[in-house]
Design a binder for this molecule. Sequence first.
Ligand SMILES: [Mg+2]
Length: 342
Amino acid sequence: MKYSFEFHPYSRKFKQPLVTSHGLWKTREGIILRLKDETGSVGFGEIAPLEWFGSESLQQALEFCNQLPSEITSDDVFAIPKQLPACQFGFESALSEVKFIEKYNKFNLEKIISFSGLLPSGKTALDTWKRLWNQGYRTFKWKIGITNIVEELKVFHSLAYSLPQEAKLRLDANAGLTLPEAVEWLKACDRYAIEFLEQPLPVTELESMLKLSKSYSTRLALDESIANIDQLKACYKKGWQGIFVIKPAIAGSPKLLREFCKNQKIDAVFSSVFETRIGTSAGLKLATELNKNNLAAGFGVTHWFSKEDFLSSPDTHTFRPYEPCKPIFQELWTKLSKLSNT
Ligand SMILES: [Mg+2]
């Protein structure tokens, strides 16, 4: 079967720049692609690279799309090299949408238990959590390792103290702590039953993280260390028993990710890379299939974009009509919009 292939780059601005350990992130850029089979059935996919996490760059993804012919086959899709994990995700998602539409309708949304809402870094989090709480969020994520530890711990104590008992708080250091700092944070986390601490140390320090994971009651999660499927498998093999934060949009082939997650018992948190609703829907589909625990999915990021931007297509002018609104997506967007509207 041949599929006609089209793609369009997009860019969407964050309402406020995202402070990351790699600097300020102001605009999310990516590519929306569309595959259409000979019967006219259409599937959309999204390529949302995150180069500093180890995926291909946007430029590389664009070059890859540019050199493809206007008609491709599923063999072409499954032959995309693993050095282009975001492309693998985008093309495979589009292909599965064309080919397995009926499966989407059987997809059990109730298995998506909840989402975690990403708080802004620093003191702003102290005000923001209430707004997110009122929108229905019960799990929050706060980034640490951005300013000095003494200041951050002060804010942390205030935040942890002010959150209602029902709330869960997870911290993400984005590999930005030293070992003594990680110890300090873990001691503090243990006082408040923090849900987990994500990637305290750099990718090169897996051994130390393995040790830390056995020394404190707060669980540790790996994120940067397992940016793609090969890394995920390697850390699993080395004995990681903590949480795995999986970003499906950059992890690589959904087919291989499914195989791994179905064959191994791992605690996974599926998480966004600030993709549009196209990538989100494909990521959530994987999350509902593969999530075996009650950890909130890290897709609570819609408040980082304007409502119009989230609900409208990035490419209404180029792909008309914008068609991925099969019943399942309608339902998903209703659910997500409720979170972002209320
Ligand atoms: Mg993270």
